[in-house]
Design a protein around this ligand. Structure first.
Ligand SMILES: [Zn+2]
Length: 470
C-alpha cells in the first residue's frame, strides 16, 4: 500500500503530465470507484483543465479550472498510467481521462479499493475523509498538544499513529521505522509515551519521510509511482520486513515479528522495550535448563503464571484430545486418558510423527495461553513455554526470557532427573529451536552457577520489569 512518501512521489510524477492539460473526455469503466454521482463527476470534470495537484496525507487533490477538485485515494493498488491515445488502456484501467495532447491518463486499480471523488475548492478540506486528518509531522512544532489528545488513550502507540487523526503520514512501513529510530516499543500504550519520546517520534518521522520522499518512496510489492519509475527507499529501511535480522543499532538482538492491531510489526527486543502494563513474559529454555525454577520466582512474588506443560497434561486427561491422538496414531489408551509413557515410546520409534502431534496439540495450548493473557488483571504475567518458537507463540509476548545451560550440565541434570526418560528428552532437545532464536530474547540467563545466584538474576529481571510496567 502506498504511504505518504509514495503518494508525494506520484504527485510529483503526475504534475508535469496533467498540468495545463484539458480533459476532452472521461470514460468511467467501473462506477464503484467514484464516490458520489457518476454523471455529476463526469459533467463537472469534462472540458476542464488541470491547474495543479496538491496532497493532504495520502489524498491527491487535482485542482481544476471551474473551482472544482477531484480527490483521489489510491488505497491498496491504485496507480496512474500516462499512455498514448493509440495505446491500449492499462490492464486494470477503471477511469480514463482523455487529454488534449493525444495522451490519456488511466486510473488503474486491480483491487478496486481506491476512491475518486468530486469536490470543490471551497469544500474539499471540509470533506469528512480529509477533515479528520491530523497534521503531518512536518507541521508539528509543539508535542504538548499531541500528549493532551492521547492523555486517556491506552491503545498501542503504533495503532494510534496509524489512525491518522492524531498525526497523518505514517503508514505501516514508516511507523515501524519511526518507532525503531525513537526506541519505542510499538505496543507501548499511547498515554505512556513521554514528552521527550514524542519529540523523537516527530523528529524521526520528519527525517524518515523526507528521506523517503527524496528517494521516490519504497518500491514494495505493487507500488510504482509511474511508468518505469521505482522508488529506492526500501534499500534504506532499517527494520520493516527484516524480522530475524540482527539489529544494526545494538547488534545484540534479532528483530522480532508481532501483530499490532492486526498489522505485521517488526521491532528490536533490546532497543524497544515495552513500558506500561500489562507485560506478557514468556520463559523458555531447553529441558532441565531451569525454566521452572525461574517461573517459580515470579510466582513467589505473587505474579500469575501458566505452564504450557501443565496445560498439555490437563488436555491429555480430556476425552476429546485422547480420541484425536488415538485416531491419528492408531494407539489405544486406557481410561479415556492419554498415557504419556505409551505416547513417548511411540514417538521414539516414530520421530516424524512428533510434528503431527504438535499440530494437534499446539492450537489447543495457544487457546489456553490467549485466554490466560486476556483475562489476567496482573501488570506482569508469565507463561512457561518450552516450545515457544516451534509453536510460533512468541508473538504473544512482550519479552522473552531464555534460560540457557551448558550442554554437559544439562545432560547431567536430565540423567539425574529420570534415567528412563533421558534418551527421549535428549532427542527432543536436539530438535529444539531455541539456539537459532536465542537473539530474539530480551534476556538470556546462563544457568551455570549456584541456584542462589540464578534466583538472584531472575529477581533483578523482575525489578526491571516492575519499573517498566509502572
Ligand atoms: Zn537493537
Amino acid at each position: 500500500m502506498p504511504e505518504l512518501p509514495e503518494v508525494e512521489t506520484v504527485k510529483n510524477v503526475l504534475i508535469p503530465i496533467v498540468k495545463n492539460r484539458k480533459i476532452i473526455k472521461i470514460d468511467v469503466l467501473r462506477v464503484s470507484q467514484i464516490e458520489g454521482d457518476v454523471n455529476e463527476f463526469i459533467s463537472n470534470l469534462q472540458g476542464q483543465t488541470f491547474l495543479d495537484i496538491s496532497r493532504i496525507g495520502k489524498y491527491l487533490i487535482f485542482h481544476l479550472t471551474n473551482e472544482n477538485v477531484m480527490i483521489s485515494h489510491l488505497r491498496m493498488e491504485g496507480k496512474y498510467y500516462e499512455l498514448l491515445e493509440t495505446d491500449k488502456d492499462s490492464k486494470y484501467a477503471r477511469v480514463v481521462f482523455h487529454l488534449d495532447n493525444g495522451h490519456k491518463l488511466c486510473y488503474d486499480d486491480s483491487r478496486c479499493f481506491g476512491v475518486l471523488k468530486l469536490s470543490s475548492e471551497t469544500n474539499y478540506k471540509k470533506e469528512e475523509m480529509i477533515a479528520k486528518l491530523g497534521p503531518e509531522p512536518f507541521y508539528i512544532e509543539d508535542v504538548k498538544s499531541l500528549m493532551k489528545k492521547v492523555k486517556n488513550i491506552r491503545k498501542p502507540i503504533k495503532s494510534t499513529l496509524l489512525d491518522q487523526t492524531l498525526m497523518t503520514g505514517l503508514g505501516n512501513i514508516y511507523v515501524d521505522e519511526t518507532l525503531f529510530a525513537s526506541k519505542i516499543h510499538p505496543l507501548t500504550p499511547a498515554n505512556k509515551v513521554k514528552e521527550e519520546e514524542w519529540k523523537n517520534i516527530v523528529k524521526n518521522a520528519k527525517e524518515i519521510l523526507s528521506l523517503a520522499i527524496v528517494s521516490g518512496g519504497s518500491t514494495i510489492k505493487s507500488y510504482h509511482p509511474g511508468k518505469d519509475i521505482d522508488g529506492n527507499f526500501q534499500t534504506r529501511l532499517k527494520v520493516y520486513g527484516k524480522a530475524g535480522d540482527l539489529c544494526p543499532v545494538c547488534q545484540k538482538h534479532e528483530f522480532r515479528f508481532i501483530k499490532v492491531g492486526g498489522r505485521g510489526t517488526t521491532f528490536c527486543p533490546g532497543c524497544q522495550r515495552k513500558v506500561g502494563e500489562p507485560l506478557n513474559i514468556a520463559i523458555t529454555g531447553k529441558i532441565a535448563s531451569g525454566k521452572s525454577t525461574a517461573t517459580n520466582v515470579f510466582k513467589e512474588k505473587g505474579y500469575p503464571i501458566l505452564s504450557s506443560d501443565k496445560v498439555v497434561e490437563e488436555l491429555y486427561k480430556t476425552s476429546q484430545l485422547t480420541n484425536k491422538i488415538e485416531k491419528a496414531f492408531s494407539l489405544k489408551f486406557k481410561d479415556g486418558q492419554v498415557d504419556k509413557n505409551i505416547l513417548r515410546d511411540y514417538l521414539l520409534t516414530h520421530p516424524k510423527d512428533k510434528r503431527k502431534l504438535e499440530r494437534i496439540v499446539h492450537p489447543l495450548v495457544e487457546k489456553e495461553i490467549k485466554n490466560f493473557l486476556s483475562t489476567s488483571k496482573s501488570p506482569i504475567r508469565v507463561v512457561e513455554v518450552p516450545l515457544l518458537f516451534e509453536s510460533n507463540l512468541d508473538r504473544y509476548f512482550d519479552d522473552i526470557i531464555v534460560i540457557d545451560i551448558a550442554k554437559d550440565k544439562q545432560d547431567e541434570l536430565i540423567s539425574n532427573r529420570d534415567k528412563a526418560k533421558a534418551l527421549y528428552l535428549k532427542e527432543i532437545n536436539k530438535t529444539n529451536k531455541i539456539d537459532e532464536n536465542i537473539l530474539k530474547a530480551t534476556y538470556v540467563i546462563k544457568n551455570d552457577g549456584t541456584k542462589a545466584a540464578f534466583i538472584n538474576k531472575i529477581n533483578q529481571i523482575i525489578t526491571e520489569l516492575e519499573n517498566l510496567a509502572k
